[in-house]
Design a protein around this ligand. Structure first.
Ligand code: ZN
Length: 448
């Protein structure tokens, strides 16, 4: 005689309410226009979004801290949920509330409508990153409401100004209010945890373990001012544009970093596609939509983006300036600068602002929990590390010694060009991906 099956009562209440809420929260957050133009005078909505989040947290019993970071209206909200084991480091779950601008005339739906239709939540911020903000908020509420105590403290942070570098958000808080992140050893946030379909329906979930560094460089050439009608051999505009042309057409060498190598070999294990280390660009080109993202992590880049010189047609200016958006691989800063010396020559002055690259390893207990939580909801899938060519608030939190990951889980349709949705027209997120992510993150936050 077979023994009776044990009762199937789950040990914790299910996530159905959080899965319902996450859709409403994402939609309502999108309806709060939080456009960050990069010009502090024209930024809108961050305070309203922060107040909305604070109210949703207070409603279930959180004490929240509201901080304006460096200027009026730059709202941030932080709340902490105490864990059962104070000996363990806290986990920071952070998300930014601001979005990049959107031109409504280009969209199928209004970008701040938060429309829920055709199985998607539509609008600016749907994937960058009000999706993860909504998942975090839904789960912060769920854990509190259901009286679930995680093992470690969880710090939920909802932040301003990521889209313009975090000077009025994460970076300001790191410099001025590090007490809010006391005890945090690891963090999760955006641009990781989403799926790509690699072969015969097999999904790989890309967990971000590295980011290229950002260096916004001003180049300056000086010459002799003079009349535009004269013979003149010391022209700042000419000197500058020659240097900018050399730099803009230069290709930096391909460098295979650990994160990119692990990613490519992981893909190779699933698909059987061979990674040709002598032709990495050719190998990456076979990856489909994701090739655009991965291709940018094979080498440093330096793209000229702005030029400034002169004030009148017949006056040769004494100074000309250019801005170059440089993205540098982990470990490449010195080599990159040596290459710049050669390309630009001694007469071009340079100034930098930016933040260094990040890279961590794809191992340890937290990574195991991230992987297991995905596999529990999508058996047969794989989790792989990858490097983001852009930057996030993780760069700021890394300055506090926090080990940062991109982990905002979404199970995506095979044919969705996900990376094109970031800052793109008709940005949208599948409703069932939000609900999937909520289940994955619930398991992760309860156990990690
Ligand atoms: Zn973002």
């Amino acid at each position: 005689m077979t023994a009776p099956l044990p009762p199937t009562t789950p040990d914790v209440p299910d996530t159905s309410l959080a899965e319902e809420e996450v859709v409403t929260l994402a939609s309502e957050l999108i309806r709060i226009d939080t456009t960050n133009t990069g010009d502090p005078d024209t930024v809108v909505g961050e305070r309203a979004a922060a107040e909305y989040v604070a109210e949703k947290l207070a409603e279930v019993g959180y004490e929240t801290t509201y901080v304006e970071s460096g200027a009026p209206g730059r709202g941030n909200v932080v709340a902490r949920l105490a864990g059962s084991d104070p000996s363990r480091g806290a986990l920071l779950v952070h998300g930014h509330l601001d979005v990049v601008p959107a031109d409504a005339s280009e969209w199928s739906v209004h970008p701040f409508s938060g429309a829920v239709q055709d199985g998607y939540v539509w609008g600016r911020g749907a994937v960058d990153m009000k999706d993860m903000v909504a998942m975090s908020l839904a789960l912060a509420r769920r854990l509190k409401r259901d009286g679930i105590q995680p093992k470690r403290d969880i710090i939920f942070a909802f932040l301003a100004d990521e889209e313009a570098g975090g000077h009025y958000g994460a970076q300001w808080l790191v410099e001025n209010r590090p007490d809010l992140f006391e005890g945090a050893t690891e963090a999760i946030s955006e641009v990781g945890g989403f799926s790509i379909t690699v072969k015969d329906g097999v999904r790989a979930y890309l967990i971000e373990t590295a980011e290229k560094g950002i260096a916004w460089m001003t180049l300056r050439a000086r010459g002799r001012a003079g009349h535009g009608s004269m013979v003149h051999d010391d022209n700042a505009v000419t000197k500058l544009t020659e240097a900018v042309t050399r730099l803009g057409t230069h290709r930096f060498p391909i460098v295979l970093t650990d994160s990119v190598r692990d990613f490519l070999h992981g893909i190779s294990d699933i698909t059987g596609f061979t990674v040709d280390e002598d032709d990495l660009e050719g190998s990456v080109a076979k990856l489909g939509n994701i090739a655009r993202m991965i291709g940018a992590t094979l080498r440093d880049t330096a793209n000229p983006t702005m030029l400034k010189a002169g004030y009148k047609s017949n006056v040769i200016p004494s100074v000309a300036e250019a801005t170059v958006d440089c993205r540098i691989l982990p470990g490449r800063q010195e080599a990159f600068e040596r290459e710049l010396d050669e390309i630009l020559g001694p007469d071009i002055e340079r100034e930098w602002v930016g933040l260094p690259p990040l890279e961590t390893t794809f191992d340890g207990a937290l990574v195991d929990h991230m992987t297991a939580s995905i596999l529990a909801e999508d058996p047969g899938a794989k989790a792989l590390p990858y490097m983001l060519s852009g930057g996030t608030d993780a760069k700021s939190f890394a300055q506090l010694g926090i080990r940062c990951f991109g982990y905002a889980p979404l199970r995506l349709p095979a044919d969705l060009d996900f990376s094109a949705l970031f800052h793109g027209v008709d940005e949208r997120v599948p409703v069932d991906a939000l609900q999937f992510g909520t289940r994955v993150l619930d398991r992760f936050l309860r156990n990690c």
